[in-house]
Ligand binder design. Sequence first.
Ligand SMILES: Nc1ncnc2c1ncn2[C@@H]1O[C@H](COP(=O)(O)OP(=O)(O)O)[C@@H](O)[C@H]1O
Ligand SMILES: [Mg+2]
Length: 344
Amino acid sequence: MRVALTYNLRREVKVGDNLPDDFYAECDGIETIEAVKNAILECHETAVMVEADEDAYEKLRALRPDIVFNMAEGLWGESREAQLPAMLEMLRIPYTGSSPLSLGLCLNKARAKEVLSHYGVPNSRFIVSDNPDFCFADRSRSNENFFPFPMIVKPLFEGSSKGIKNDSFVTCPAELETKVRSIVREYSQPALIEEYLSGREFTVALMGNGKTLKVLPIVEINYASLPAGVNHIYSYEAKWIFDRPDNPLDIFNCPAVLGEALKNEIEKTAMDAFGALSLRDWCRIDIRLDCKGAPNVIELNPLPGILADPKENSCFPKAARAAGLTFGGLVNGVIDAARVRYGL
Ligand SMILES: Nc1ncnc2c1ncn2[C@@H]1O[C@H](COP(=O)(O)OP(=O)(O)O)[C@@H](O)[C@H]1O
Ligand SMILES: [Mg+2]
């Protein structure tokens, strides 16, 4: 098949760009894009690279590939992950992964949680605030949404731990207010304030659709590998500063050591979440146990990061390797799931 690969290339933020330092954190490095291209070429005739920039629509219109492997995160706006798939639908070109609607919903973590709750998939209580002067903790005593400290405060629609630093774990009204203020200022968006889930954390990679949906071996986040004294969250520092390719953290255990009952419960929660958001082909779902040991969904990643180098910490490829899949097997498995869906 003639395959095209759509992506957004990670760039350096320059002085004067007026962008947060981590603006491009969700985009892919050239080595990842080339690894995906080579993986596609293991099974297909062509793998044309198309950067998801302002010319993408015209490029795809001229190219008319048989299918697109989409990993474009988009750069601008609250529904940025939906933009490229929306163009492909307009051009009637088949593509891997979820629809614009599902991608837009998952990027807005509060909207995703509302859908999860509608379908009875457990997730933590939350409030959205774009007003740093509103001290939620003081007012909330009469609020039915009241939940106690500690809380987690993060940007409403970011990924790759952007804006989720060690100070996202807040223990008092003053810390809460400071963090809400910094998110609104730095990321120009509301803050999502959540009840803190204090138990073990997992991330679950899924591939396929419907009856052929497969859960890959579960990854556990190993907090014991973090420097002493830092909060037990998989923060920006944990992802990008403490963990370096030249000095990797032992941050993932895969397959996670789990009793049969808990493993089944986590897998069911992940599959229910996949169904609730009408996801397609692949997704990585973050799950954490609450204080009673029940799995709760933190968030869904329908465009999961995939670093090809096994020396780098990347959950989806790690889970795929534990299931006996190579990097090529992962990429082409996602394309095959989409082909079956389209009858190609
Ligand atoms: N409600 C929560 N309770 C406990 N930890 C949380 C909660 N929300 C987020 N975290 C921690 O912060 C990390 C990053 O949050 P997440 O929403 O997954 O952001 P990202 O989209 O950047 O991956 C999680 O992996 C988890 O460690
Ligand atoms: Mg996450």
